[in-house]
Design a protein around this ligand. Structure first.
Ligand code: NI
Length: 180
């Protein structure tokens, strides 16, 4: 296992469309080790999720949640289960939208408010290559939309309708985090 280097905004890998993974590749030791490294990297940096392009591999793989937080428990944001999805696709977006704060391990210190569908369905393959369907809402739906955006070369800044909320971490924590 290893902690991987996280690509920062401006690196072209973050703006490329990621390649699908061939299902027969999923069981390979190399891919399984890479997924384990993604989970370890996401945990190390306290991410809510991580997409493979963020660690310089242009592949359609995301991990959401955290193995560490799942054990420790916590509030809503901390309690999303650890999920790995390969070739994930979103569908059945709710008409209802919700705006909330997002940050990103590839966008340094910036936080901003992003409008997303409140609920959506995600389909893909799990770590064993088995089909998986997850009906997500709230924070989990947000994290899926954020991570799957990375597979299409998008970051959360692209989804902001205006930048008036954009804040550095320190100011976000000082003025916004506890009050909204
Ligand atoms: Ni991100």
């Amino acid at each position: 296992m290893a902690i991987l280097k996280v690509a920062q905004l401006g690196h072209p890998v973050l703006r490329k469309k990621a390649e699908p993974v061939a299902p027969e590749q999923i069981a390979s030791a190399e891919l399984q080790a890479f997924i384990a490294d993604m989970i370890e990297t996401n945990d190390e940096y306290n991410g809510a999720g991580l997409a493979a392009p963020q660690v310089h591999r242009s592949l359609q793989i995301i991990v959401v949640g955290s193995s560490r937080r799942a054990v420790e428990g916590g509030d809503e944001e901390d309690s999303i289960p650890l999920i790995t999805l390969i070739n994930p696709k979103l569908s059945d977006f709710s008409a209802e939208m919700e705006e909330d704060w997002e940050g990103c391990l590839s966008v340094g210190d910036l936080w901003g408010r992003v409008r997303r569908a409140r609920a959506a369905t995600v389909t893909g393959l799990d770590r064993d290559g088995k089909p998986a369907t997850i009906k997500a809402e709230g924070f989990l739906a947000r994290v899926f939309q954020h991570e799957i955006d990375h597979l299409h070369g998008k970051v959360f800044l692209d989804r902001m309708s205006d930048f008036s909320s954009l804040s550095f971490r320190r100011e976000f924590q000082r003025f916004h985090e506890l009050y909204e």
